[in-house]
Each structure stands twice: as structure tokens, then as C-alpha cells.
Design a protein around this ligand. Structure first.
Ligand code: UD1
Length: 427
């Protein structure tokens, strides 16, 4: 398995181009199952998770083709999905276990075909991650759902019917699944306490471009009036706000000066605030924004993860890596997932001083980290180790690079392009 070697201490300088958002692209691809016409998605990132979803659509009967050059010269940024007929309504365990977001085909398959058999995703490294909200919501839309043999078996022989649904907990995936299902249900559906993440709004806007009637985009109350059929559309995936925030922190931790382009400063609001408090300046440019320290070093700040517009759980590990070298202490509290501190023991092996008490981690800044061989069990934890490695003295080897390839396109090339001493090692 590939590994990444980093020799730390080089400040990142220059420009990094941000790709389309993985977490927007995955539900947008699933929306391709809702219509027999072509859905064309531009600005798609090239990632293992995107390929996994393309395989999933393929085995449901969709034709999936890649085309188009990005401004960066890489081919294959536009994906056309055409599902003339859904030939198979089963999402098998072998694909779902590779990526939890596969469960996003449940709503579209059920709405279009009146039946879906989707493997239960099971737990993952960051917690148990149930799908009860997806299932309860579909039941409220009139579906019959049973769990049998590790599969969610859902049927709606007479179609789905609009309903008023109030989520007891904010869930991005459940909001997306129900939103897609409701576009083809009979009558009006109200989704209350819906997730307000920009990726949910991106999906809603694409569904509107496909002919759906949705009100309240970007708010916690979505009103969907169902229609008989949706049509094709051309849609551009929004920039990845987590990739954006990750490079911003990489610039900050190395004392660099980076311009992040093809992205938007407004997407990182909840991350920009604690960064500014800790001494990192973000300033808007024509193509994106610039990140550098204000000259005073990094100060410890407290953060707590929350649903949007709060601080994103997907940026928690990266922020913790920055705080390991801050002056003073920082309290980092995780409220979304119960087991999302897997990076703590690895950061500690690099010399970080972190104590976990339940859902909070107390990080006491140290003057410097030292390189070490490390590995992590999820995507954002892995990238936090890359960030730590960029700041550390000496050599860091990151094992299980597979996790990084799921969510960061050409990570080591982008970092090397702005001065990092980083390379991928084969077996
Ligand atoms: C999405 C993101 C993921 C991000 C997460 C939270 C994608 C592909 N993934 O994941 O990167 O970390 O949002 O911002 O977009 N929950 C339930 N029952 C359910 C569903 C969720 O109890 O049926 C709980 C979860 O265990 C978790 C919380 O709700 O504690 C939020 O999870 P959710 O927003 O659903 O995350 P995902 O959509 O899986």
C-alpha cells in the first residue's frame, strides 16, 4: 500500500486550486437516478469515492461517461449520467461497505421505481452512524421498510406521498435522501429541522434545475411539491469547503502565504473565525482568498463542532493539528460523532500534548512536533497527520494513504507544488 513521506518545516507558498466538493458531488450523482434524461455534472473532483458512486450508478443501469477539461488541464471533470431505465434496484454490500454515502441511492431508487434494497452501511471508524432517520422519513412518505439480512428493503408500490417530517437530529444524509425522494412523491412534503449545509443547498438547486419545485433552499425548512417526472440538467458542483479549509490550515501551520483559488471565502465562515482569533489572516482576492499568519504566531482557541453554520466536524482534526503547536491551550469539543478523536494518539506520537475527556480534547500547545511513522483510520484524521507532518521537525511517514485518496485530489502534488517536501512512496 502507498505511503506518503513528508520532511517538515517548509512554509507553503504560492497557489492551490480547490476542486469541486466531494460531499456535494456524491448526492448530485445519486440524483442522476431520478430522471431518464442526462444529468451532466461539471467541476467534479477525481477521487476514489466518486469512482465508487459511479460504479454504484452503473450497476443500477445508468450510463456514466466522463469528459471535459478543467481549467487545471486535467481531463474528466464533467460526468454525464443517463439512467434511461433502472435495471437493478439493489445496492449491494460490496459497494456500500466501501462508502457510507452509497445509502444516498435509497431515496431516488424508491421514488423512481417503488422499490429499493440497499445494504446497511454498518459502523465506521468515527462511530456507529445509524440510518434510522433516513428509514423513518421514508416510512412517513408512505414506504414500507424492513431490515432483513443486513439490507434495508423498501417498497412503495403505489408511489410515495408527501408528508410533514421533522427530523429529531440534524442529518445531512437523511435530509438529502428525503429531499430527493420527495421530488417525485405525490403532493407536498415539508422537511423541518433540515440540514442547512451548503452541499444540501447545492443538491436542492440542481434538483430545481431538473424541474423540481423546492422552497426554502439553505434554510431548516424545505418545502417540496412533488412532480411526475424530472428532466436532465447541466450543473456545476460547488467548491469543496473542507478541502479549502484544510489547505488554509496547512498554510497557517507552516507559516506560509497561500492563495486558494476556484473557491470562495464565504464557504469557510465558521473556520475563518477561530483562525482569525488564533492569528491567521484570510483576505479575499479576485480568484479566491489569501491565507497567512498575522506575524504573532498561533494562539490557542476553543472550538466546538456543530451542524452548519457551526464549525464543521470534517475540519475538527485539522484544527486540532494546528492547535498542537499554538501558544497556550485549546479545548476542542466534538458534538456530531461519538468517536472522532482517532487522530489524538497519532498526534501524540509526534509530540503533541493532548488529553481527551469524553467528547472534549484539551490541547496544550508545544513548541514543535517531531516527525514519526503514523496512520489513521479515516479521511480527515489522515489529513490532520499530513498537516502535523508539514509542521514537524524531521520525517513523517503516513501509512494507509488510501483514506486520503478518498477525499483529497492529488494531495501530495498540490502540496509539493507550493513548496512542501512531500512524496508518495510505492510498496
Ligand atoms: C455527512 C458528510 C460527512 C460529515 C457529516 C456531518 C457526506 C457524504 N458526508 O455525513 O463528511 O462529517 O455529514 O457534517 O456528505 N444520525 C443518526 N441517524 C441517521 C443519520 C444520522 O442518528 O439516520 C446521526 C449521526 O450518527 C451523526 C449525526 O446524525 O451523529 C450527523 O450525521 P449526518 O449529518 O447524517 O452525517 P452524514 O450525512 O453521514
Amino acid at each position: 500500500m502507498d505511503r506518503i513521506r513528508i520532511r517538515g518545516g517548509e512554509p507553503l507558498k504560492g497557489q492551490v486550486s480547490i476542486v469541486g466538493a466531494k460531499n456535494a458531488a456524491l448526492p448530485l450523482m445519486a440524483a442522476g437516478l431520478l430522471t431518464d434524461e442526462t444529468l451532466s455534472l461539471g467541476n467534479l473532483p477525481q477521487l476514489i469515492d466518486i469512482a465508487t458512486m459511479a460504479n454504484m450508478l452503473n450497476q443500477h443501469g445508468a450510463g456514466v461517461t466522463l469528459d471535459g477539461n478543467g481549467a487545471d488541464g486535467y481531463a474528466g471533470r464533467t460526468m454525464s449520467i443517463r439512467t434511461a431505465d433502472v435495471t437493478n434496484t439493489t445496492a449491494p454490500y460490496d459497494l456500500v461497505r466501501k462508502m457510507r454515502a452509497s445509502v444516498l441511492v435509497l431515496g431516488p431508487l424508491l421514488a423512481r421505481c417503488g422499490r429499493a434494497d440497499v445494504s446497511l452501511p454498518g459502523g465506521c471508524a468515527i462511530g456507529t452512524r445509524p440510518v434510522n432517520l433516513h428509514i423513518d422519513g421514508l416510512r412517513e412518505l408512505g414506504a414500507e421498510v424492513e431490515i432483513e439480512g443486513g439490507y434495508i428493503r423498501a417498497t412503495a408500490p403505489r408511489g410515495l406521498k408527501g408528508a410533514e417530517i421533522r427530523f429529531p437530529v440534524v442529518s445531512v444524509g437523511a435530509t438529502e435522501n428525503l429531499l430527493m425522494a420527495a421530488t417525485l412523491a405525490k403532493g407536498e412534503t415539508v422537511l423541518d429541522n433540515a440540514a442547512r449545509e451548503p452541499e444540501v443547498a447545492d443538491l436542492a438547486n440542481c434538483l430545481i434545475a431538473m424541474g423540481a419545485d423546492i422552497e426554502g433552499v439553505g434554510t431548516e425548512r424545505l418545502v417540496i411539491r412533488g412532480t411526475d417526472r424530472l428532466h436532465g440538467a447541466d450543473y456545476r458542483v460547488m467548491p469543496d469547503r473542507i478541502e479549502t479549509g484544510t489547505y488554509a490550515i496547512a498554510a497557517a501551520v507552516t507559516g506560509g502565504d497561500l492563495e486558494l483559488v476556484d473557491t470562495d471565502i464565504s464557504l469557510v465562515g465558521a473556520v475563518a473565525e477561530p483562525l482569525a482569533e488564533s492569528g491567521v489572516e484570510l483576505s479575499e482576492t479576485d480568484k479566491g482568498f489569501r491565507v497567512r499568519r498575522n506575524g504573532a504566531g498561533i494562539a490557542g482557541v476553543d472550538v466546538m463542532t456543530q451542524p452548519y453554520p457551526g464549525f464543521p466536524t470534517d475540519m475538527q482534526a485539522q484544527m486540532m493539528a494546528l492547535m498542537t503547536v499554538a501558544s497556550g491551550a485549546s479545548m476542542i469539543t466534538e458534538t456530531i460523532f461519538e468517536n472522532r478523536f482517532m487522530h489524538v494518539p497519532e498526534l501524540s506520537r509526534m509530540g503533541a500534548n493532548i488529553t481527551v475527556h469524553g467528547s472534549s480534547a484539551l490541547v496544550r500547545g508545544v513548541p514543535a512536533l517531531t516527525g514519526a511513522p503514523v496512520m489513521a483510520t479515516d479521511l480527515r484524521a489522515s489529513v490532520s497527520l499530513v498537516i502535523a507532518g508539514l509542521a514537524a521537525e524531521g520525517e513523517t511517514i503516513i501509512n494507509r494513504v488510501y483514506h486520503l485518496d478518498r477525499g483529497y485530489e492529488r494531495l501530495e502534488r498540490k502540496l509539493a507544488g507550493c513548496g512542501a517536501d512531500i512524496e508518495r512512496l510505492g510498496d
